[in-house]
Design a protein around this ligand. Structure first.
Ligand code: HEM
Length: 323
């Protein structure tokens, strides 16, 4: 996969912005580790946790030096309640906890979380090493709510067998424009919001469908991800529900998800970075069938979100200040 420089100074809408954390802009490598943590007694532990979080870029460089070819990158996201415990007077404009969405028996639950660690490289063992060092530092101040070790499946497919990422922004400029806060919240420029959800697939139910039926649920061909023609693609197809056009432009997010699981329970850990939490939430609301047009995403009949949370991922400068 083409790699993107993560050192170049990024420009958003003509302004220099702080550097984002290193996971956001490069195209993802095959091994991913996601961790959602709760901080016990935020008022007492918040500052110490913030110092450890602020040390993540240095710790990533230290572990990454074991094998620079593995291209270890990371990010830490901070939930609204933890943010308010550590920096109540200076907060990102749109930071608030993710609210559950439900309709017609389908749901996107809100399970919360104070910290989100996202680690990616070519080597699962280096991801694990970094996560272990963090965990040792955090000790009894945190409780792990969810930990998922993701992998690239075949040629970048979701476990449904469909290529995932075809329409994801691919170059640094487009990824920055979609993911990074710019002038709209200048104190937090270079930061991002991330929505995380762990999905569990019902693959027995999915495999009972023909390829043709699966394709009409995704809206793309299974073999090569070619989009179905408008007159064939149902309005309930996944890509029909998540494409939202406003003022002639498609709303964009940067998906950085990965398949995960065991042979008993498997699915997708979904992570979407965006300069506003509202865009992925609007997509999700159209998927669940809560957007008021009477339609839902048929993919939701074959997979179920079991977690959901929203975090702010500060720029490197803001992260340093927090520490
Ligand atoms: C289990 C959950 C999900 C699965 C298996 C899944 C799978 C896919 C697949 C196979 C594609 C087509 C290829 C591509 O362009 O990447 C796609 C596209 C997309 N998905 Fe999902 N997705 C899931 C959840 C979500 C969620 C929760 C959102 C938003 C909140 C989302 C947003 C998008 C977007 C924006 C596109 C690109 C649409 C386009 O421009 O054509 N997906 N997804």
């Amino acid at each position: 996969m083409r790699r993107l420089s993560r050192r170049a100074v990024l420009h958003t809408k003509g302004t220099d912005v702080s550097q984002p954390q290193s996971v956001i802009i490069p195209l993802p490598n095959p091994a991913a580790l996601y961790q959602v943590l709760r901080v016990g007694n935020r008022a007492a532990n918040g500052r110490a946790v913030a110092r450890i979080a602020a040390g993540l870029p240095a710790l990533t460089a230290e572990v990454g030096a074991i094998d620079p070819g593995a291209e270890l990158v990371s990010a830490v996201g901070i939930g609204a309640e933890l943010w308010d415990a550590i920096s109540p007077n200076k907060r990102p404009r749109l930071l608030r906890p993710f609210k559950a969405i439900s309709a017609g028996g389908r749901s996107a639950p809100a399970t919360g979380g104070d910290l989100f660690f996202h680690i990616v490289s070519r080597r699962g063992d280096l991801n694990f090493e970094l996560a272990m060092r963090l965990r040792r530092q955090l000790g009894a101040m945190v409780e792990v709510m969810d930990e998922v070790h993701g992998f690239a499946y075949l040629d970048s497919r979701d476990l449904t067998g469909f290529i995932d990422g075809t329409e994801n922004p691919h170059n640094a400029e487009d990824r920055s424009a979609a993911a990074l806060i710019g002038r709209e919240d200048p104190s937090f420029a270079g930061g991002s919001y991330v929505l995380t959800q762990r999905y569990v697939h019902d693959l027995d139910k999915w495999r009972a469908l023909s390829d043709r039926e699966q394709e009409s649920i995704i809206g793309r061909r299974k073999a090569d991800s070619e989009e179905l023609a408008e007159d064939v693609k149902p309005p309930t197809a996944h890509i029909a529900r998540v494409v939202i056009v406003e003022n002639g432009e498609e709303l964009q997010i940067v998906r950085n998800s990965a398949p995960y699981g065991t042979t008993s329970e498997m699915g997708l850990f979904f992570a979407a970075y965006c300069k506003t939490p509202e865009i992925p939430e609007r997509m999700l609301s159209r998927m669940i069938g809560a957007s008021g047009d009477g339609l839902h995403d048929r993919l939701m009949e074959f997979t179920c979100a079991v977690t959901g949370a929203s975090f702010f991922v500060p720029s490197l400068d803001t992260l340093r200040e927090l520490g």
